[in-house]
Design a protein around this ligand. Structure first.
Ligand code: PBG
Length: 326
């Protein structure tokens, strides 16, 4: 052994105070968005078994959760509707009395402009076949016919009071279609959070229970192939060109490599969606005592921020802030 190490990176890890000083990444409440499910006809919240701790809200309990999100200083809530009745064209999505639109209006009534009210803009919760768009005679998802419905759905959500709409169906041209419909109705201030790079992922499994999905088969003709990286950038650039205000990558943890890629090539904020399966995996392992739940949650969200996400959608958003896990 000759001499001493010239460089000692451990010095900066020597105490909690030192580590706090030099931490490169932080997670702030304002960067977190809480996805929420609001189900038609419920009088009280109904637990989702594959997502312990997450519920299908009644309109009343959703109001409460939205107020709480505002009090916690979260960046926003992303609302999903779970209708009682579905049909081939997902007409409940356009109906001003449809569950998602009334939930948006309820939320705005609760929080005004204190919290951003965001809404999922997709037909899958409303169609009886469970696809994100309408089907043609051959049973394929009809891109352009779907765009017309997305445009009308975006307007319905803006009328209900959404500050921001999130087209998540991966139809080509969806951002442009929604943007021009919003603008034509003087909703220039309603922003678009584009699910730019959304993959056909097994990690959406628990979400299917959360929204009582009726999907048979899969979404591989419209959501991206997990094998593809360049394509994510292509999708993100197209969405920004079409008018996206924020570009999102989804899921988050299996797709962390896409975050710096997108972050480096677009000038809009980048979001990542930590999806239901990511949530369920940590909860299930923690339940068995196989993992330290609180640390795993904080670490997973820090990783997503570190990789390049400005904004993180996570089912732990409220808890993270409440328990100051961050
Ligand atoms: C589609 C949509 C899905 C999710 C969000 N929006 C499901 C899908 O594409 O199959 C998944 C969210 C999650 O798993 O947490 N409207």
């Amino acid at each position: 052994m000759t001499g001493f190490p010239a460089h000692r990176p451990r010095r900066l890890r020597s105490s909690p105070a030192m580590r706090r000083l030099v931490a490169e990444t932080s997670v702030e409440p304002r960067q977190l968005v809480l996805p929420m499910f609001v189900a038609e006809g419920l009088t009280e919240p109904r637990p989702i078994s594959s997502m312990p701790g997450v519920v299908q809200h009644s309109r009343e309990s959703a109001r409460h959760a939205v107020r709480e999100a505002a009090a916690l200083g979260l960046g926003g809530v992303m609302l999903f509707g779970v209708p009682e009745h579905k049909d081939p064209t997902g007409s409940g999505a356009l109906d001003p009395d449809g569950i998602l639109n009334v939930a948006i209006a309820d939320a705005r009534e609760e929080v005004g402009d204190d919290l951003l009210v965001m809404s999922d803009l997709c037909l899958d919760e409303f169609t009886d076949h469970g696809h994100c768009g309408v089907l043609d005679d051959a049973g394929r998802v009809d891109n352009d016919a779907t765009l017309e419905l997305y445009a009308r759905m975006g307007v319905a959500q803006a009328r209900a009071g959404a500050h921001l709409v999130g087209p998540s169906g991966m139809m080509d041209g969806q951002v442009a279609a929604v943007r021009s419909a919003l603008d034509a109705e003087s909703h220039q201030d309603v922003a678009i959070l584009a699910y730019a790079a959304k993959y056909a992922s097994a990690f959406y499994g628990p979400f299917r229970e959360a929204v009582d999905s009726s999907l048979q088969g899969d979404r591989r003709t419209y959501q991206q192939d997990p094998a593809n990286r360049r394509e994510a950038l292509r999708e993100a650039l197209l969405d920004v060109q079409e008018g996206a205000d924020i570009a999102m990558v989804k899921p988050a943890m299996g797709y962390l490599d896409l975050l710096p890629l997108v972050r480096d090539h677009v000038t809009v904020p980048v979001a990542a969606y930590q999806v239901s399966g990511e949530y369920a995996m940590v909860e299930a392992a923690a339940e068995r005592g196989w993992i330290d739940r609180d640390r795993a949650i904080a670490e997973s969200i820090t990783s997503i921020r570190r990789a390049g996400a400005d904004i993180v959608l996570t089912y732990w958003a409220a808890e993270l802030v409440e328990q100051l896990l961050i």
